[in-house]
Design a protein. Structure first.
Lengths: 306, 523, 299
């Protein structure tokens, strides 16, 4: 077991290293940040000055080396645009992203799991379809549109909710809904298929043979076991939510990490992009690794096969 | 003012005259503290369309774009800057004079000018601010400077290496060198520390900044001109236009920057909200980089003139900006020094077609790609349609902003036509240098007669003679139809019911609210 | 994974309508499929079906509402947009763009992903590790962020978007297909082929590929929806299919201002179109997945 964990951690680090390499070169291909920090018509001297200020005129390998050194020492550089340390920017926005992702995840599970169970158990054709379709609808509508419609209806026409920004729990409702709806479908699907699998398992067949009522079978055994894969998927989706939220964050002016990254790319703010992507990468890779380890713990065949 | 026939209204007129004089006096920059001003109270909230950057808190980093001034006018003050009614108004500098030989400039600093920490603004601060300046045009500023003398705390003398007629223009508006920061404080906290907690001499003090989220400012009651009437200003970042308008409608914000198109129409129709358009010093145009190639249709003057006649400028302005853009026929902003007003642009597609026929292109030609900044693609779409109507067939190629301007400057778009704009600071001469004269940053070719005039005017100290030369250059640009200018952008903003004086459109060509000390809340 | 081999055999021919009845009984989503076919039909015959030119409008005819509202006319059935272009024509041509972008991107991602998944799963060893590390790195960046990146590098154009979407999503295929190949490898018919002396490539081509095609197809229908939504989101961010091309996502994004001022027809129609297409693709995909193997959990 320990061997497995160590190898997984090793792969993690390798992935992160590859990621840092990729992101480093990727951002530099997006273009020259200097042109965005000056008005069109700026002299070549102005631009050269900016290059020098940010160390962009040094050879690529040197830049990469410095970058790696700073990463290892925990300093992700300083934003070209904000002139603040990237880590500071990241930590100041992460709580908002986590808040939004948590609320969105709660909503998406609240919608996804019951519809998945219903779909698997086929309790009356209507509810099964209705839940499924509602979840799938979330997958079929772009979140920015959902967000704008929500603002129009609940903020402007009805006046119930604040239109943008962060602050009170009321501010969280619409963005969480717009973000979470998209993921409800994948949770529903997984719940359904994993319920089906469990319901077909030997243990459940035995329980039925014993004469236990359907509801009891479902709620006690099937449900719990079916949930495991769903929750692991939820964990992975949680991290994805944080980046994908960029659209919702833009529409609702929610100060999260997704928007930070997007602006970084738009402004060619290399340190921000490099730093944020790496931090998100660390999160993703860590969550994936935990999931893989959990699976190995649960299912010895996986552990032995790899 | 007296009309002899009005009979017994002498006293009324006199009172009116007195009131008019008092009103004029209060508008004049440099008026003493208004004795009847109450303590600052209340809060105004802004919805800002771009992400606020800490480099805007430091005048030394001023890049050549107008956005940092959104914050600079609040936090800082300059020796000489644009104020209502005057493009170069004395602010921290009470007065100044230039030597006859143009080699030195003397400034007298206002005695009651203070920084937020209570320290008076001194000549040392002025010298320090100039020397640490590293923003746009700073090499130019350093190159021409000989030395800065500070004979006493109230006097500063700039000595130039050679006569530079544009010195005051650059010092006051085309750079941030004239915006003064306190030397002792900056040296104590360092540049980075300064950006975290900036101190200046402007009407508002820095309270807090949450990057990308919001900036909070508080009134500085010791401001020399007058204490601001609004106590707190909050600038909140709301990048999405529709959301910004929703926030304005709900009263969550009082002022919203940049509301365009249909949202602006909606704003106008909403009771309680006011639309405040400001015309920017940013002309938009279409450029013909192929005009120096004898094999290209654009080489023929008549074709370029035809393109000028084909663009429906008013229609575009009406459709996209509710008509608030100012149609112009020059690539130089009309607020600039040495601006020469050309004859008005004419929309006459029939005439355009006639010119095309005369040039031998009755059935039109394929103009290739129209390159444009993707944020203005809707303008370009209309332009493509307009040109298509007279037979010039072009295909739209929108390019993301930074990439577009990089390509434009690197002379990548030699084949085809270009739609672009510029909001850079300066005067007519600097614009001509960048866009018309040989080796200009954005000039794809040049004409010898215009080129010959440029160095002549650069050295000319006599203002009249210089203006005449620069006017001649602009005439030539117009006659040769080097460009098809379209308009100067109308920047549309929204103001809520709580706002008294919004500060919009008081300083010509300035997009944002200023002067901040004049903002008021309706009681 | 018990039924894969059986799929390769053809069923005996049943009487004519029994086929349809059989489908309906098995819950075949008739309506979604009809919708998808309908959209494809519209896409192919756009030139014949559209009443106006979708890219050129006249400023005089801006913002006309659909014909059943006051101010609307039969000339512009579903109204016009901010540049006076007919919404119906843009919807019709938009079907073509959405279909082309969607299907091509999905095919691109599918071909690359399936191939790499087969190679990775079957060959194992360092090749497998390399490809898996590659996908890990790719997946560390969520699709949208990755797409934004690529758009910033290459600039948006319709074909660039296709490439971007394809490159972004191939990893989904690779992972799933590889998982399937791993278990297929242990099956009897593969071992028999190895014993019979078939080369690795022949086995991959003749035995593995046909059996993973099902999963690839299912994944494809599901990916279609994702790709379309991503395209719409990229347009919202300003880096999608560039104007004046009529893509539904772009129409939605362009019309977002109009939505706030009550000109609902500029977003509701493309929004419905997107929703119908993606929902249909998803329902069909779900059904296929259930039919083919209810245990395709990774999807």
């Amino acid at each position: 077991m320990k061997q497995y964990i160590i190898t997984r951690i090793g792969y993690c680090l390798l992935s992160l290293f590859l990621l840092s390499l990729t992101i480093f070169f990727f951002v530099r291909v997006t273009g020259d940040p200097a042109t965005l920090l000056v008005e069109p018509g700026a002299s070549p001297d102005d631009i050269a000055a900016i290059h020098h200020q940010f160390g962009l005129d040094r050879p690529l390998l040197v830049q990469y080396g410095l970058f790696m050194v700073s990463v290892v020492t925990g300093d992700l550089g300083q934003s070209f645009y904000y002139r603040t340390p990237v880590l500071e920017l990241y930590w100041s926005r992460l709580p908002y992203s986590v808040m939004l992702a948590t609320a969105a995840m709660a909503f998406s599970l609240l919608l996804g799991i019951p519809s998945g169970i219903l779909a698997a158990v086929r309790v009356g054709r209507f509810w099964d379809s209705a839940g499924k379709v509602f979840a799938l609808l979330g997958l079929s509508l772009p979140s920015f549109w959902v967000g704008l419609v929500l603002i129009l209806v609940f903020s402007v026409y009805l006046g119930w909710l604040p239109s943008s920004g962060a602050g009170t729990p009321l501010h969280l409702i619409m963005p969480a809904f717009a973000l979470g709806w998209y993921f409800a479908a994948s949770h529903m699907r997984l719940t359904r298929s994993s319920m089906l699998e469990v319901l077909g398992s030997e243990y459940v067949k035995l329980a039925r043979l014993k004469g236990l009522p359907q509801a009891l079978v479902i709620s006690k055994h099937a449900f719990k076991n079916a949930l495991i894969p769903v929750l692991t998927l939820a964990g992975i989706n949680f991290v994805i939510m944080i980046s994908v939220a960029v659209v919702v964050e833009t529409v609702f002016a929610w100060p999260g990490v997704g928007r930070l990254l997007y602006e970084g790319i738009a402004f060619r703010d290399f340190p921000v992009v490099q730093g944020t992507v790496l931090m998100l990468g660390v999160m993703t890779v860590t969550v994936n690794m935990i999931v893989d380890i959990l699976y190995a713990v649960i299912d010895p065949r996986i552990r032995l096969a790899s | 003012m007296e009309s002899p026939a009005s009979g017994g209204t002498n006293t009324n007129l006199t009172r009116r005259e007195v009131l008019a004089a008092a009103a004029a006096a209060s508008l004049t920059v440099g008026a003493p503290h208004a004795a009847f001003a109450a303590a600052p109270a209340g809060q105004l909230t802004y919805g800002v369309h771009v992400s606020l950057a800490p480099s805007w808190f430091d005048p030394a980093d001023t890049q050549g774009i107008i956005t940092p001034f959104m914050v600079l006018y609040a936090l800082h003050d300059a020796m000489v800057k644009g104020m209502p009614g005057k493009a170069q108004a004395p602010c921290l500098a009470e007065s100044w004079s230039a030597a006859a030989d143009g080699l030195s400039y003397d400034f007298v600093i206002r005695k009651d000018a203070k920084s937020h920490n209570g320290e008076p603004v001194t000549a040392e601060d002025v010298k320090f601010s100039y020397e640490r300046y590293r923003g746009t045009s700073h090499e130019l500023m350093k190159e021409n400077l000989g030395s800065i003398e500070t004979p006493d705390p109230q006097h500063v003398r700039f000595k130039l290496k050679k006569p530079w007629p544009d010195f005051l223009n650059f010092y006051s508006s085309a750079s941030g060198a004239g915006w003064i920061v306190p030397k002792k404080y900056v040296e104590k906290v360092g540049d980075e520390g300064f950006k975290q907690a900036p101190i200046g001499a402007g009407p508002y003090k820095f309270v807090s900044f949450n990057p990308g989220v919001e900036l909070v400012l508080e009134a500085f009651e010791g401001y020399w001109r007058k204490p601001p009437s609004v106590k707190r200003l909050v600038m909140r970042v709301i990048p999405e236009e529709g959301t910004r308008l929703a926030a304005l409608k709900r009263g969550e914000i009082d002022i919203a920057y940049s509301i365009r198109g249909e949202l602006a129409e909606e704003l106008q129709k909403t009771p309680g909200l006011a639309l405040k358009p400001v015309v920017l010093q940013a002309p938009n145009w279409i450029y013909f980089p192929e005009q120096w190639d004898p094999k290209s249709p654009w080489h023929d003057l008549r074709v370029r003139q035809a393109a000028n006649f084909a663009i429906d400028r008013d229609g575009m302005s009406q459709a996209l900006f509710l008509g608030y853009c100012k149609v112009t026929n020059s690539v130089i902003p009309y607020t600039f020094d040495f601006y020469w007003p050309p004859p008005a642009a004419v929309y006459d597609p029939a005439k355009a077609r006639k010119l095309m026929a005369e040039a031998g292109f009755a059935s039109g030609f394929d103009a290739g790609l129209l390159y444009c900044d993707s944020s203005y693609a809707n303008m370009a779409e209309i332009a493509v349609n307009n040109l298509g109507e007279i037979g010039i067939r072009a295909k739209l190629e929108p390019i993301e902003r930074a990439g577009f301007y990089a390509g434009y400057a690197n002379k990548k778009y030699r084949k085809g036509i270009i739609q672009a704009a510029s909001g850079a600071f300066g005067n007519a001469a600097t614009r001509l240098a960048a866009f018309v004269v040989k080796d200009g940053a954005f000039a794809y070719g040049s004409y010898p007669d215009i080129d010959a005039l440029y160095p002549q005017q650069a050295d000319e100290l006599d203002h009249e003679k210089r203006a005449a030369m620069i006017e001649k250059m602009q005439r030539l640009v117009h006659e040769k139809a080097i460009y098809a200018p379209i308009w100067q952008l109308g920047f549309l903003n929204g103001v809520g019911p709580r706002v008294g004086e919004s500060g919009f459109d008081r300083i010509p060509g300035f997009a944002y609210t200023a002067p901040f000390e004049d903002l008021t809340i309706k009681s | 994974m018990s039924t894969s081999a059986e799929i390769l055999t053809l069923p005996s021919r049943p009487p004519r309508f029994a086929f349809i009845r059989g489908l309906r009984l098995s819950g075949f989503p008739l309506i979604p499929t009809v919708i998808l076919v309908g959209i494809a039909f519209v896409a192919v015959f756009a030139n014949q079906l559209a009443p106006h030119n979708p890219e050129i409008g006249s400023l005089a005819a801006r913002f006309k509402p659909p014909f059943w509202e006051t101010g609307g006319s039969m000339k512009y059935l579903l109204g016009t947009d901010q540049l006076g272009r007919d919404v119906l024509s843009r919807l019709i041509f938009g079907a073509r763009v959405s279909m082309v972008v969607g299907i091509t991107a999905v095919l691109f991602a599918g071909v690359v992903g399936t191939t790499l998944g087969i190679i990775s799963g079957y060959l194992g060893g360092w090749v497998d590790q390399l490809i898996m590390r590659l996908t890990d790195t790719w997946l560390a960046l969520p699709a949208l962020t990755f797409a934004i990146f690529l758009a910033a590098i290459v600039g948006p154009s319709m074909w660039n978007i296709v490439i971007i979407l394809g490159i972004t999503y191939w990893t989904r295929y690779a992972r799933v297909i590889r998982g399937e190949v791993l278990s297929l490898k242990e099956r009897e018919f593969v071992r028999l082929a190895i014993v019979a002396g078939c080369s690795k490539w022949t086995i991959m081509r003749r035995h593995i590929l046909p059996n993973v095609i099902n999963s690839a197809v299912v994944l494809g229908t599901l990916m279609l929806g994702v790709v379309i939504i991503t395209e719409a989101t990229l347009s919202f961010l300003g880096i999608g299919v560039p104007p004046p091309q009529p893509a539904w996502g772009l129409m939605l994004s362009d019309g977002k201002q109009s939505l706030m001022v009550g000109r609902w027809w500029l977003t509701i129609f493309p929004g419905c179109a997107i929703m119908l297409m993606v929902l249909s693709a998803n329902i069909l995909g779900d059904w296929l997945r259930v039919k083919l193997d209810p245990q395709l959990r990774q999807l």
